[in-house]
Ligand binder design. Structure first.
Ligand code: NAD
Length: 243
């Protein structure tokens, strides 16, 4: 028996990194997994490896959200889990944050999560099975992050939108929670951590940097019925850094 037997899960940004680890774990636990991303080659490869399917979805596009969720429901009859994982991070302090970087970060990290929640919640309500929406924020969505003006703004927005959506969607049996990763070694932060892994790890209460699989375990908990009494909450997975 898998924890997600019979469930249909859509994972954004699932071609690599945390999204790929989440998709793989969801599939191992019995879910039908739809990976979406803008990296089509990597997305097809990852989906093939775990026996799922891949769809192109730029999360900043309202039209692509509508088309993709419609396609998932048409093919599988339902959508049970939305894993809002896609995101970008380009470090820049306030004085060096261009308007272009601000707009792009908001479009993907914030508006993308809004489009995703709204589109998926409508489909979940129509199917009548409830559901679980898991949003990826960051510890930069719980505290100030040096060099993360635009990124931090969007991740705080995700923290807030999660709590608001949870209050509104609870009556439909839809739970909404956020995950707050610390330093997780993926392509996103490779340049930042490369060569400094040991020094960075030694400063954390748990003396290692995070792996995508660490986040996937929390994602599974929140996606599955094991967290059936949790909604509107922020779950930190960061080796003890925030606190
Ligand atoms: N790596 C970390 O230390 C860390 C820490 C805190 C939070 N996060 C968050 O975790 C999530 C996953 O990041 P990751 O570490 O796996 O990085 P990653 O760069 O490996 O993965 C991000 C994925 O999102 C996809 N993506 C980017 N723009 C997109 C768009 N417009 N539409 C659809 N997909 C898009 C990318 O193609 C990529 O596959 C992000 O939301 C990130 O902000 C990461």
């Amino acid at each position: 028996m898998g924890e997600l037997d019979g469930r249909v899960a859509l994972v954004t940004g699932g071609a690599r990194g945390q999204g790929a680890a989440e998709a793989a774990l969801f599939a191992r636990e019995g879910a039908t997994v739809v990976i979406t991303d803008v990296l089509d080659e990597a997305g097809e490869r990852t989906a093939g490896e775990l026996g799922g399917e891949y769809l192109h979805l730029d999360v900043s596009s309202e039209q692509e959200w509508e088309a993709n969720v419609d396609a998932v429901v048409a093919r599988h009859g339902r959508l049970d889990v939305l894993m809002n994982n896609a995101g970008i991070f380009k470090p820049a302090q306030l004085l060096n944050t261009s308007t272009e970087l601000w707009d792009r970060t908001v479009a993907i990290n914030q508006t993308g999560v809004f489009f995703g929640m709204r589109t998926a919640a409508r489909a979940m309500i129509a199917a009548g099975n409830g559901g679980s929406i898991v949003n990826t924020s960051s510890i930069a969505g719980l505290e100030g992050g040096f060099g993360a003006t635009a990124y931090g703004a969007t991740k705080w927005a995700v923290t807030g939108m999660t709590k608001t959506a949870a209050k509104e969607l609870g009556k439909h049996g839809i739970r909404v929670n956020s995950i707050h990763p610390g330093v997780i070694v993926t392509d996103m932060i490779e340049e930042m951590v490369s060569g400094k892994e040991d020094r960075m790890a030694s400063r954390q209460p748990i003396h290692r940097l995070g792996k995508p699989e660490d986040i996937a375990e929390m994602a599974l908990f929140l996606a599955s019925d094991r967290s059936s009494y949790c909604t509107g909450q922020a779950f930190t997975v960061d080796g003890g850094v925030h606190g």
